[in-house]
Design a protein around this ligand. Structure first.
Ligand code: GDP
Length: 470
């Protein structure tokens, strides 16, 4: 009998251990957005709030905090040994320096990751009974949104890609920047035996052109994504290709010619860069936040906002899990919740946050209406990871104005200013205000108490993680 008892005990012990193990959950949260959209600042704020500002005062709308169930969060060693670690300490030191003015941390230019262990008190039920405390392992994965713009290339041949990309470069908004490249391509004899130097030179022109287009016009439909954000691939032959003009008939490509090499590199890029990213990373993500810098797009004008909207469309194709979705067939992604966040809402006054959220919502929904999202939840919000301004009310001729106060980026003086009101939906060209929009950017605020402030980061956390912390 005692033997039976013992066995029962040990089985029970084992079962409890197994239960404990299965209670430890893992979530992979992917953070993306085009460069400058605020990924680095977002991750820094997220980690800071979970590790040292984790309470109901800082995060009132995050259930685990409001219900006082959060025990402690720590940065722990990551499991992905091939991926660089997000440099949280460096980012935090630039935002909260021990002396001198705070500065924005340097943006990251390739994929990186950080793992947090969030220990919390479970809510109720079985979990509460057996295991008063659970741990959620949160892998945060930061990667350039530019890389997702390569998705359509998966379905294209080099000839089809050229047909689509080349005409774009001759558009009025691009031609000033693209003329050197266009001239060089015109002079290249595609059927001549390969001239590696010439191809490298033109690829270099193509890359500088993409980078310049991105910088000057904030245009976003620029391919291949790795040319903008090469990560470790800078200078690799794999990246040395570009689109050419005219019809390409794959049957009469001369072996060993310039054209044959361009085709070879294009195919290698798809096989060795685009596909592995989806297979090794994207496929494993559980949750996705996409940061969108709507205000900068508004600053640039109608065309740029329009292009932001097509970028959103392209990103949404990753979550269009309908039966015919080619992407789903290829990669079987896991993501069940996605959040589009209009970032930097501290650049406008609080009463206009709603407009910003509505504008992003209209950009996303215009695109998502005709797509089919099997079981994927999509949400939009306006937020700010790190607020760099303070609200100030000013009375002018009996009128109360909701201004903001801060130190504009690269300016010596602090300023109280009345930001424009963003439109609450996509405007067409005729509706666009003649004077355009001008939203200022600000330096981060000094913080004597070493605390960061946010706008609606707690709502974001609740949406992305709340159900995993019950
Ligand atoms: P990344 O390239 O996506 O990693 O973007 P960063 O996180 O480096 O952000 C780019 C710039 O946007 C920063 O240098 C800041 O000037 C600004 N920024 C990012 N997040 C915020 C925010 O929450 N509030 C404000 N005011 N500015 C932000």
């Amino acid at each position: 009998q005692s033997f039976a008892k013992k066995t029962f005990k040990s089985i029970k012990g084992k079962a409890q251990k197994a239960l404990h193990r299965s209670l430890d959950q893992h979530v992979k949260l992917a953070v993306t957005g085009l460069s400058g959209s605020g990924k680095t600042a977002f991750i820094t704020a997220l980690v800071k709030h979970l590790t040292t500002q984790a309470d109901d005062k800082n995060l009132p709308f995050f259930d685990v905090m409001r219900e006082h169930r959060h025990v402690a969060t720590k940065v722990v060693p990551q499991e992905a040994l091939k991926v660089p670690t997000f440099n949280y300490t460096r980012a935090l030191n630039s935002l909260l320096p021990s002396d001198g003015m705070p500065t924005w941390p340097a943006s990251t230019e390739r994929i990186n990751t950080l793992r947090l262990a969030i220990k919390y008190q479970s809510n109720a039920g079985l979990r509460g009974h057996f295991s008063p405390q659970s741990t959620l392992y949160l892998d945060i994965i930061d990667y350039p949104g530019e890389w997702l713009l390569d998705l359509p290339m998966l379905e294209q041949s080099y000839a089809q890609w050229c047909e689509q990309q080349y005409p774009l470069l001759t558009q009025p908004s691009r031609v000033n920047t693209s003329s050197d490249f266009l001239m060089a391509v015109e002079q290249l004899d595609l059927n001549a035996p390969v001239d590696e130097n010439a191809l490298a030179h033109i690829a270099q022109l193509y890359q500088s052109m993409l980078v310049e287009l991105k910088k000057d016009t904030k245009l976003a439909m620029l391919q291949p994504g790795r040319m903008l954000m090469p990560g470790d691939l800078q200078g690799a032959p794999l990246l040395l290709f570009f689109p050419v003009s005219g019809e390409i008939n794959s049957d009469d490509v001369v072996a060993g010619s310039n054209l044959a090499h361009l085709i070879k590199r294009f195919n290698a890029y798809i096989k060795e860069v685009v596909k592995p990213f989806y297979n090794e990373h994207f496929r494993h993500f559980d949750r996705q936040i996409v940061l969108v810098d709507v205000l900068s797009a508004l600053n640039e004008g109608h065309e740029t906002l329009q292009e932001q909207s097509s970028v959103i469309n392209q990103l949404l194709a990753h979550f269009n899990y309908g039966e015919s979705g080619f992407f789903k067939r290829l990669f079987k992604p896991n993501i069940d919740k996605i959040l589009f966040a209009a970032n930097k809402s501290d650049h406008i006054s609080a009463k206009h946050h709603k407009d910003l959220a509505l504008l992003l919502d209209s950009l996303v929904h215009e695109q998502s209406n005709h797509l089919k999202f099997d079981g994927v939840k999509i949400e939009t919000m306006a937020m700010s990871s790190i607020t760099a301004t303070q609200p100030r009310q000013i009375t002018d001729k009996g009128q109360t104005l909701d201004c903001i106060y801060g130190k504009p980026l690269n300016e010596p003086d602090w300023l109280t200013y009345l930001p424009p009101q963003p439109p609450s939906r996509m405007l067409n060209k005729n509706e666009w205000p003649a004077q355009g929009f001008e939203f200022l950017s600000f330096s981060p605020m000094p913080s004597p108490d070493k605390q960061l402030k946010h706008i609606r980061l707690d709502h974001v956390m609740q949406y992305l993680l709340g159900d995993k912390l019950t």
